[in-house]
Design a protein around this ligand. Structure first.
Ligand SMILES: [Zn+2]
Length: 249
């Protein structure tokens, strides 16, 4: 009985994920649609244990040594369980990958995306968060400790002697997503992870006139996604562009 329930639950989730991803394909610009299909199909192979490890032989290495045309840009967390080439079953020259804890976007991250979109003509950006993200969990922890503490006074400003100044800066960057998640009922972490992906997409468009223009010209699309560490599946949100930008902070 337990097995039946588990299978049913898994099947339901698979169908939901497939439907969500199909909807995403329908709204992408034509340049990005093919790229997105490759990503979705590769993730399906990976999650089912059917990886084909494409584009990893010597011929491909020699081919891309002459130049790269990555079909998708991926901005994701530095978490060791999230290697995009593995979980999307891609190879050399396929993905332009930017990784940073908490998949947040700063000026250099956005510059990297701009380079790939403008000069390498990559039509699709995937911003990928993941289940049980340590960076987002740290921000949730900071929020909860703040609630428990009697004094809500601000800590002194960081200085060069603060060993945790850099991690504190990362936590502060993610904190608005946690505060937004905390305004609804239920556990915060999963909601904060999804909101953090949306806020990163918002940051990318907000701080990049170039990417807004490419989006308006239907040459650049963005989708958000969340990776399930247990079953290996990525669930994507509907595409985001400069017009559907909903969060400016
Ligand atoms: Zn993470």
């Amino acid at each position: 009985m337990a097995l039946t329930i588990a299978l049913t639950s898994d099947e339901t989730k698979t169908n939901t994920t497939t439907q969500t991803n199909a909807k995403t394909v329908a709204k992408l610009n034509p340049y990005a649609e093919n790229a997105f299909r490759r990503i979705v199909e590769g993730n399906a192979r990976f999650s089912q244990g059917l990886k084909t490890n494409p584009n990893q032989d010597i011929d491909k290495r020699l081919e891309v040594a002459k130049g790269q045309v990555p079909h998708t840009i991926v901005l994701t967390c530095a978490d060791s369980r999230l290697s995009p080439e593995i979980l999307f079953d891609q190879g050399l020259g396929d993905l332009f990958v930017i990784r940073v804890a908490g998949n947040v976007a700063d000026q250099f991250t956005i510059a990297s995306i701009e380079y790939a979109a403008e000069h390498l003509h990559s039509p699709l950006l995937v911003v990928l968060g993941h289940e049980r993200c340590g960076a987002v969990a740290a921000a949730v922890g900071a929020y909860e400790s703040h609630l428990k503490s009697d004094s809500h006074t601000e800590k002194p400003a960081e200085n060069h002697g603060d060993e945790h100044a850099n991690i504190t800066a990362l936590v502060k960057k993610i904190l608005p997503s946690v505060l937004e998640a905390a305004r609804t009922s239920g556990p915060i972490l999963d909601k904060a992870i999804n909101i953090n992906v949306e806020n990163t997409i918002s940051d990318v468009f907000t701080h990049s006139p170039l990417l807004r223009r490419l989006s308006e010209e239907a040459k650049f699309s963005v989708v958000g996604g969340t990776y399930d560490l247990d079953d290996g599946r990525v669930t994507f949100t509907a595409p985001r562009d400069a017009k559907t930008l909903v969060r400016i902070h």
